[in-house]
Design a protein around this ligand. Structure first.
Ligand code: SAH
Ligand code: SF4
Ligand code: F3S
Length: 441
């Protein structure tokens, strides 16, 4: 019949999420918050009444992508002038009103600390106005966001416990886009965890830009992990991202003693050169990092380490880069992310003499070759072992199920007697590029 919508039809919201897991969590909470204004989420931009880009500013390319994406949305706005377009996340925080100047079709710009104000901002849009909020308000957005809805969901979830960063690494925009460190009180986190378990969640990953600096519990992050350990029905916990200087004794100890805490740790080091670490303002040496890894592995010998690396930081010489390669060979990473240094306006390193782009690219290729070889070797070493897999979804082939092991490896198995959310012993029989194949024991 007709395309005309009745006033009672729910409005459709399309959110596209870029960047880190905190943005994934925030997108969920924004969808829930706009749900109070009659929005339901949709998987395509084509039929949306509102499109929200939840953006990342960490590297130059990530930020530029947003302007290209906005350009691509122009025809949709031309077709439907009532379509509202919003920009959230770290680009919104960094660029603010500039986004509306560069792309006048943008109706809404909202920074990460203001998401709880979205319903009021939506009222302004409904009146035909635009809305901009990039304050760092006194009130904590998480306190104001309502409880989580009761709809059934998948077995894994992110839960933000800490936000912002006071470390000011010389390359990084996060302290500027997310503000200073704020921790949520432990009791609210535990309540949210219980609500998640009630709707089917069995594994929770605690999130923070600097999650191990969490101070919303007297016992720090370890205290929170132990409280989470007592939540009935929750089987597994993880946390990310950590800074080496905030790995305290209690947290290291929890890796050895808390059964629900999984043996996987993302602990970025960025560089293996003392000179570069100092220039980056990372506030530790390579030797201190080695000692720390030794203590963590003494507490939990099978722990799988993951890391982030930056190559071509201003002033990095070939010898500095070789120190990074050497650190990687010494430590051994089961998983790692590596990036070419990207100049971020407003950060201290942006002002320094830069390394040539082709040198950066060459170093990135060499580092990535080493890291993927390690990743593959560690994956292969799982063959013959029995791991516990939390099954998350159906595989591509009929009768195939996919889940994650304790070590965060993707594991697939051909089986008909496993359901999503089941935790089962699986014997690993083969290793493929990015996953392991196994048989249910
Ligand atoms: N809080 C985390 C990381 C946040 S950003 C930590 O302290 O480790 C995620 C990763 O992006 C960083 O670990 C770093 O490797 C990379 N990154 C951040 N700024 C960058 C820049 N200007 N250029 C290239 N990579 C960058
Ligand atoms: Fe950025 Fe992480 Fe450094 Fe904070 S600790 S400034 S988030 S890299
Ligand atoms: Fe990107 Fe912001 Fe996360 S800059 S990595 S979305 S904190």
């Amino acid at each position: 019949m007709s395309d005309l919508k009745k006033p009672s039809d729910p409005k459709k919201l399309f959110i596209k999420t870029y960047g880190c897991q905190m943005n994934v969590y925030d997108s969920e909470r924004m969808a829930e918050s706009l749900g109070t204004k009659g929005y339901v989420t949709t998987d395509t931009a084509d039929d949306a009444d509102m499109i929200l880009l939840n953006t990342c500013h960490i590297r130059e390319k990530a930020a530029e992508k947003i302007y290209s994406e906005l350009g691509r949305l122009k025809p949709l706005k031309a077709k439907n002038p009532d379509l509202k377009i919003g920009v959230a996340g770290c680009v919104a925080q960094a660029e603010g009103a500039e986004i509306m100047t560069r792309q006048p079709m943008v109706d809404l710009v909202v920074g990460p600390q203001s998401y709880h104000r979205l319903p009021q901002m939506e009222d302004a849009l409904a009146r035909g106005e635009t809305a901009l909020d990039t304050d760092f308000p006194e009130d904590d957005k998480f306190e104001t966001l309502k409880s989580r809805p009761k709809a059934k969901r998948g077995p894994t979830a992110f839960l933000t416990v800490q936000e912002g960063c006071d470390k000011f690494c010389a390359f990084c925009v996060v302290p500027y886009t997310r503000g200073s460190e704020v921790s949520r009180p432990a009791d609210r986190i535990i309540r949210e965890a219980q609500e998640l378990v009630e709707v089917g969640v069995r594994e929770i990953t605690l999130l923070g830009q600097n999650v191990n600096a969490y101070h919303g519990h007297d016992g720090g992050l370890a205290g929170l992990i132990w409280d989470l350990d007592k939540v009935d029905g929750l089987e597994r916990s993880r946390f990310t991202t950590s800074h080496p200087n905030d790995m305290d004794d209690a947290l290291i100890d929890a890796h050895g003693t808390c059964d629900k805490l999984m043996p996987y740790l993302h602990l970025p080091v960025q560089s293996g050169s003392d000179k570069t670490l100092k220039a980056m303002n990372r506030k530790h040496t390579r030797e201190q990092y080695f000692k720390l890894i030794e203590r963590i592995r003494a507490a939990r010998p099978d722990l799988l380490l993951s890391g982030d690396f930056i190559v071509g930081f201003p002033g990095e010489t070939e010898a500095d880069f070789e120190d990074t390669m050497d650190l990687v060979r010494t430590v051994g990473y089961g998983q790692a992310y590596s990036f070419k240094y990207s100049t971020r306006p407003g950060t201290p390193a942006a002002e320094r003499a830069q390394v040539d782009e082709d040198v950066k690219l060459d170093r990135l290729h060499r580092l990535q070759a080493l890291l993927s070889e390690q990743q593959y070797e560690i994956q292969k070493s799982m063959i013959g072992r029995t791991v516990k897999v939390l099954f998350e979804k159906n595989g591509r082939e009929p009768g195939q199920m996919i889940g994650k092991s304790e070590y965060l490896h993707a594991v697939f198995a051909n089986t008909t007697d496993v359901s999503i959310g089941d935790l089962r012993d699986v014997r690993i029989v083969k290793s493929e590029r990015n996953s392991l194949g196994g048989e249910i024991v």
